[in-house]
Design a protein around this ligand. Structure first.
Ligand SMILES: Cc1ncc(COP(=O)(O)O)c(C=O)c1O
Length: 403
């Protein structure tokens, strides 16, 4: 779908990246909170992977594959402001959360996990499952509106009995941006650790895990990083690394894996947070997205994102929609949400018309412009939503999310 006038191209420098994303030719793609658009360069990278396997065979491990979880982790590290040697790649956030927990030892006195009820459910499943043996207790911080989590309530829940605070930087449903610094400071004040879920912030909100002083951070590449599935990352603060011995482990965490030693001796750096053989194709697929994000810079992406989500709020209000994401841009990530009793059905009809957005219960229609989105696409989307609502051009029976 060609939705861009010459004028927009002249005033919005980031639109030059549109030609790198094939899906933008035939859709209005506003779903970077779920699956960011694939860069064309990913075709070549995946071909390169197949070519390497086909021609170099097993030698590929020694020629780069083995080190990829750490070398690719370094590229993500640049996006999240981490020092070299402090990020490794894994499959997803859920496994990274388990790995973090496996580094810690709950005691009779310090065994509390604190998180908000608006955390991503998969993350909660990990801690709830581990709490079943009675060695951990979970404190869930309530939200009053299903959109925000009061900072004071979060800080109050973190006390001397807290072992770990796994919290989202940007909430997946409402895009509420949490005060990661204040939560981390409070945790450290009482001797607890934090693991920051940066899935919905990395690549759209500038931050530095170093400045935030978090103990751990984890996220994936599927969304704002345009890197596709299977390329999750884990940051561990450099001064903590040698003090931790993860129980979720494997031969890649060994200091000399090819010695096939029967005793585990942990690697002296970030590699000790690996486990078994890595998902090499996913790492090849992810790199072109990181390169583009690093080339543009997250500051510029954020500047445009704030402008476009603010514009979307104006357009939605003019069209009589209820906006459910935070109105203060300083407390909002890259997503904008619209509540409506028929939000699920409107979403399906939008997708059928090639406006790619999604729906989440409690939040409504989720819409995410990214650096490749034109202003004209925002106008077209809200106009289409209004048209669908006003003409009731949707299937009446639709209730849940399609993806
Ligand atoms: C904040 C947040 N955390 C985690 C996930 C996904 O976790 P995983 O990588 O385990 O699939 C998502 C995905 O939607 C998310 O939005």
């Amino acid at each position: 779908m060609k939705a861009d006038s010459e004028e927009t191209f002249l005033t919005d420098e980031l639109l030059k990246w549109r030609s790198e994303f094939p899906i933008l030719d035939h859709t209005v793609y506003l779903i970077s909170h779920s699956l960011g658009a694939m860069p064309s360069a990913t075709y070549e990278r995946l071909h390169e992977y197949a070519e390497t396997w086909a021609t170099r065979g097993v030698r590929a491990w020694a020629e780069g594959w083995w080190d990829m979880p750490v070398t690719v982790g370094g590229e993500v590290g640049r996006i999240i402001g981490a020092d070299p040697g402090s990020v490794v790649m894994h499959q997803n956030v859920s496994i990274c959360q388990s790995l973090v927990l496996s580094c810690l030892e709950p005691t009779a006195r310090r065994n509390k996990i604190v998180y908000s009820e608006l955390n991503f459910p998969s993350v909660m499943y990990v801690y709830e499952a581990h709490a079943r043996d009675g060695k951990l207790r979970i404190t869930t911080v309530k939200s009053d509106d299903g959109i925000t989590v009061p900072l004071e309530r979060m800080l109050e829940a973190i006390d001397e009995e807290t072992l770990l605070v796994p919290f989202s930087h940007v909430l997946f449903k409402s895009a509420f941006l949490q005060d990661a610094k204040a939560i981390t400071e409070r945790a450290h004040e009482v001797g607890a650790k934090v693991v920051l879920d940066t899935y919905q912030s990395a690549g759209t909100v500038p931050f530095s895990v170093k400045d935030l002083n978090v103990d751990f951070a984890t996220g994936g590449s599927v969304k704002w990083l345009c890197g596709g599935p299977g390329a999750g990352y884990l940051y561990v603060r450099p001064d903590l690394q040698l003090k931790l011995e993860p129980k979720t482990t494997g031969w890649m965490a060994h200091e000399d894996p090819f010695a096939f030693d029967t005793n585990l001796r942990y690697a002296p750096g970030i590699a000790r947070f690996l486990h078994g053989s890595p998902a090499i194709p996913a790492l090849y697929a992810a790199e072109s997205g990181y390169k583009i994000i690093n080339d543009i810079g997250v500051e510029r992406i954020r500047e445009k994102s704030v402008r476009q989500t603010t514009r979307l709020i104006e357009l939605a209000k003019e069209a009589g929609f209820q906006v459910t994401s935070p109105s203060d841009p300083a407390r909002r990530g890259g997503t904008f949400t619209i509540g409506h009793e028929k939000a699920a059905a409107i979403t399906r009809e939008l997708v059928r018309r090639e406006f790619i957005v999604d729906y989440r219960p409690g939040a409504g229609v989720r819409i995410s412009p990214h650096f490749y989105t034109s202003d004209e696409e925002l106008e077209l989307t809200v106009r289409e939503m209004k048209n669908i609502r006003d003409t009731r051009a949707f299937a009446p029976e639709v209730a849940g999310a399609a993806f």
